[in-house]
Design a protein. Sequence first.
Length: 314
Amino acid sequence: MSTLVVPANVSFVEDAETLRKACEGWGTNEKAVISVLAHRNATQRKQIRQAYWNLYQEELVKRLESELKGDFERAIYRWILDPEDREAVLANVAVKKSSDYHVIVEIACVLSAEELLAVRRAYQARYKHSLEEDVAAHTTGDVRKLLVGLVTAYRYEGADINARLAKSEADILQDAIKDKKYNHDEVIRILTTRSKAQLMATFNGFKDDQGTSITKALLGEHAENEYKRLLRIAIRCINEPLKYYEKVLRNAIRKFGTDEDAITRVIVTRAEKDLLHIKELYYKRNSVPLDQAVAKETSGDYKAFLLALLGKQD
């Protein structure tokens, strides 16, 4: 469930006027920006951008980029974009940094088939080349095979599963892990083509046979490589996305020198979807409310904006 708090009545013209006033004169009224944008859903934010253009013949996104700074500016920028455009921007940033390939896995494995297709279209419109083209250009070997397979997937979204197939493919995964052939073509084929329901049946079959989850089995006893790490993230995002996001937040908050990018990414992308459930998991796992943990590690307007998205009332 969403954590977004949206008022019953909204005037997009008034919102546009409020944002214009917030950006005029000496300094920016960040509180006014937060009071509007942190309490509007994606459809409403799009209509505000259109109203702003109609009134002032200026792009609101560019105006806010020029007025705001630092983590607050990045969070507002990512929030105000259409969801598919935001994911395209996140993917483009990630594809250029090998340390951020997990973000591409998140996008490919958590989104529905239609959502992922919309992201790929938005990416192409914005960058004039395809997401899969850029992923292939910036990666090599097994990582390339896995990531290209994931971003080009168009999975069946229904609940129907084939129990016999789940059993046979669980066996394939067991053999690959036992033989440490994590990069076997069959492993990549299974993860990049099967529906999420089918994969969950396969993962459950693996756990029933082995007495441990496939993600734990993949931890192994020796040093982690990038491909194996991304493989495990893909499985986690497909099988337990809420637990995955909780862990991302936990690691970002506990990290020496808080990982603001990770905190922003999860809160901004999940606020309108399932952030309430992620908050519940976070509290259950850490015995600290997520908004309290975020407040402790952030400051100023950035903190105020994130807390508003987390549903904390002023």
